[in-house]
Design a protein around this ligand. Sequence first.
Ligand SMILES: [Ca+2]
Ligand SMILES: [Ca+2]
Ligand SMILES: [Ca+2]
Length: 252
Amino acid sequence: MPEGTVEVELIKGHDLKDVETFGKSDPFVNLTIGGQKHRSKTIHDGGKSPIWNESFLFEIPHGPQALDIHILDQEKHGADEAMGSLTIPLSQLFAERQIAPCKYKVQLPNGKFQGELEIGLKFFPKVHHGVLDVHLIEAHGLLDSDALGKSDPYAAIYCHKDIQRSRVIERSLNPVWNEHFRFNVNNEVTEVLIKLFDKDDMRSDDPLGNVVIPLDKVFADGETAPMKYKVLGSKGQPQGDVSVALKFSSMD
Ligand SMILES: [Ca+2]
Ligand SMILES: [Ca+2]
Ligand SMILES: [Ca+2]
């Protein structure tokens, strides 16, 4: 998962189960992503519907994929009492950048429903500065989209708003390009998109499928060895593969 900052907006509890024998619970929340922890303030006598309206920032490295939340009732004497917990996977947040406030189910370890917690989420991908070298090596098993002869494949490589094109290899379903494309990176880019086309004369070029290459690994390691990536058609069907190696020279 990408590096960046996760903002958790802890809004309020809805119909939480009261665990206090006398009076009302004094709820507070422990929030964890990977090894990082935040604790909310305690809402004394907050009871079933404590209102926090607090925000927490997590600077996350490449890796963690879930937010763990534990609600506890603060006690003056003895250990704080568990009021329930929940886990929110972060993959949707990484893809959409923002999840509007909504209610998440709170449960005990035995699965018992304990009410709901209203939470909003935002993700700000880390901005990288440097030069990305995309080494387009070759492709195998591409679609034949010409009636006579074979496809004449070329690649359009998208990095943030930059687009570069490879040369056309005539009449080959296993083209070898061995070309390097250098992109200046100064933005939140998280992946490179490669669109393959068959060059046609007298008509528009036929699409041969797309490849998406996540950049997490090259940002973390500085280099990724040549690797095969699946070419997918418009309905997600496999249409061959492309070999690509990446290098990133960071200027941070
Ligand atoms: Ca208490
Ligand atoms: Ca064609
Ligand atoms: Ca053609």
